[in-house]
Design a protein around this ligand. Sequence first.
Ligand code: UDP
Length: 327
Amino acid sequence: MTNILVTGGAGYIGSHACKALSKAGYTPVTYDNFCTGWRDAVKFGPCEEGDLSDRTKLDEVFARYQPAAVMHFAALSQVGESMRDPGIYWRNNVEGSLTLMEAAVEAECFDFVFSSTCATYGEQDNVVLDEGSAQFPINAYGASKRAIEEMLRDFEAAHGLRHVIFRYFNVAGADEEGEVGEFHQPETHLIPLMLDAIDGKRDALTIFGTDYDTPDGTCIRDYVHVMDLVDAHVLGVKWLEDGKGSRVFNLGTGSGFSVREVIEESRNVTNRTVPYNEGPRRAGDCTKLVSGSRRAELELGWQPERSTMKRMISDAWRWHQSGHYDR
Ligand code: UDP
């Protein structure tokens, strides 16, 4: 069996990626420090507890498992937090990734799949983004991810580290078989917060800003089902295995939903009232982030077939109600 080292394999996207890898015949080896991940989300392969800053531990893990590729999810990922405390984003995300890349090169593991973000694009003029769009991040989270993309390009030129960079838009939903799902502590994402509010587990949702330059005044995002997203990652590993070289892919659907539209669809799916109020803007938020997925569809053969708002909210709601969520 081919091992794939999955950093952040205990997190939301990482745990779904481990499941997809294992279904595709790979062995996912989770490397996680459990600062935001969950031990019971590691179900599909071995687990190594460690920090990205721990080079000795990383070297041991590369030597033990001889992975064919790295899938690098481990990162801090909250826009608001990155504005309040940028230092931890630069240290954890950028320095951590640098240590990981150095360890990969030393171990001669030259295939690297990186989890980047649409936050690297920043505020743009109401356009549908593509991989060639300029990157001007407006928050430290996006800036940290853009810096890692630049390091990858330098590491390829100097050391032959081949990479697939996925810039994702907003990830939502849960494994349809209910084995893994979304759980963050603290939770900051729109859909899980809203489901909590619907369920009475939290106070009303606050809409962050109603004066944006959008049809209903709230921010617009492009939501992708987590299972579609991780399918792209498996295709990314195969892309590198096939020697197709380094490439950047946006993973979006081309359709944007405003915060009010997400609330409306949640009301339809759950058949419950969504308690919400309207508040000020959140620092670091862009007005609109929407991308097409033409390149991923044409070159990788990716199809975001589960990524309808209805399906994402239904799958998240099923997971939410399954009791796994109550920790
Ligand atoms: N949002 C909101 N209230 C919340 C959480 C999020 O209005 O309690 C908005 C946020 O401003 C953004 C969208 O929902 O426009 C998605 O935010 P999220 O934090 O889920 O993802 P992000 O876009 O920051 O990656």
